[in-house]
Design a protein around this ligand. Structure first.
Ligand code: PMP
Length: 354
């Protein structure tokens, strides 16, 4: 801190990114990356962009990617926004759609960037407790009513629990909150959820964000999307064009579009992760873990009598990195990303030995 910082920055509590260790040969199961590489067609599309045209700016609108997303989901290209990772898309959505001084409702245990963006944009955070089974109870959101231009945001599946809110419940929540923007953060939806993008034409207050970091295995490329009513998308475009008119470079636009077009590779790798998840859940349960039902590419598990922080540390000493949160209500849990079957077995063997 120094005298040159503005008072606003002095008060800002930033997000702490998950650890990205520099050592190689780790079993890295801490930040929910995909163990399988990106689509070969996406890699080829990016390689094709590495040429003399890099001296030219990219398409500021990323139209090629918007069209690929629109084709994939059966919406119009003007219902799609693209940005530099869904973190940036979310930041623009907070800025454009949630209002200064108004409440934003989100689960008390959820993606920890939400309160950070509230701090950045002066929005009032209003955490709503998960129920005793760590589930979102939509009735709590009716009662807390964001109304009067407050908003609602939640990941579906939720993070770090992995628990899914069925699409019918999402729709019920939308019906009860028609004067409120409802943002569904679907970072993990492709591992067992049903996308609320199916509802965007019925609910002009619904915005759905997704990332290419997980199911499309492009975390290193930094691409996220939002889909919603053209008026919501236009608000995001206004913010974007006041901030960074070229959020996506030429490689990102081409690679992300090709990843959406390669459905076969996408379906195949998602199915592999889902199958492995079921095996990891069974293995953990055999070792005495209680595992929350997961529709994501990670599981959230606690052991009946082993301390989670100590387990995480003991695994780390063997080069296996998982995520542990110090938040009191979830301090007994480990969040474990689903890896390759070989990585998952290394993890289960190490836990067994502990
Ligand atoms: N939303 C949730 C719920 C997440 O867990 C993550 C990943 N940390 C993101 C959004 C952001 O993903 P990215 O910026 O890589 O698109």
């Amino acid at each position: 801190m120094s005298q040159f910082w503005s008072p606003f920055v002095k008060d800002l509590v930033p997000y702490v990114p998950g650890e990205q260790p520099k050592m190689t040969r780790l079993v890295k199961l801490n930040t929910n990356e995909n163990p399988y590489g990106p689509s070969p067609q996406a890699i080829a599309a990016m390689q094709a962009e590495v040429n003399d045209d890099l001296r030219l700016y990219p398409d500021p609108n990323g139209d090629r990617l918007k069209q690929a997303v629109a084709r994939y989901y059966g919406v119009e290209a003007n219902q799609v926004f693209v940005g530099n990772g869904s973190d940036e898309v979310l930041a623009h959505a907070f800025h454009a759609l949630f209002q200064h001084g108004k409440p934003l409702l989100f689960p008390d245990i959820t993606y920890s960037f939400y309160p950070v963006y509230c701090g950045l944009y002066g929005i009032e955070p209003k955490p709503i407790p998960l129920d005793e089974n760590f589930q979102i109870n939509i009735a709590d959101y009716f009662r807390a009513n964001a109304g009067e231009n407050g908003g609602i945001i939640f990941p579906n599946p939720n993070a770090p629990t992995g628990c899914l809110l069925p699409l019918a419940a999402v729709e019920q929540l939308l019906k009860q909150n028609t004067d409120t923007v409802v943002l569904v953060d679907e970072a993990y939806v492709d591992f067992g959820g049903e996308s609320a993008i199916a509802l965007v034409n019925q609910y002009p207050n619904l915005l759905v964000t997704q990332t290419l970091s997980k199911s499309r295995s492009l975390a290193g490329l930094r691409v996220g999307i939002a889909v919603g009513h053209p008026d919501l998308i236009e608000a995001l475009e206004r913010i974007k064009n006041s901030f960074n008119s070229y959020p996506l470079d030429r490689m990102a636009i081409a690679g992300a579009a090709a990843a959406f077009d390669d459905r076969e590779y996408f379906n195949d790798t998602c199915a592999r992760v889902i199958n492995s998840r079921e095996a990891v859940v069974a293995g953990l349960e055999q070792l005495g873990f209680d595992v929350l039902p997961s529709a994501a590419n990670f599981v959230f598990a606690r052991h009946a009598d082993k301390d989670a922080a100590q387990l995480a540390q003991a695994l780390r000493e063997q080069g296996i990195i998982v995520r542990h949160f110090k938040t009191p209500r979830i301090a007994q849990f480990l969040r474990i990303t689903i890896g390759t079957d070989e990585q998952n077995q290394i993890l289960l063997d190490a836990l067994k030995a502990l």
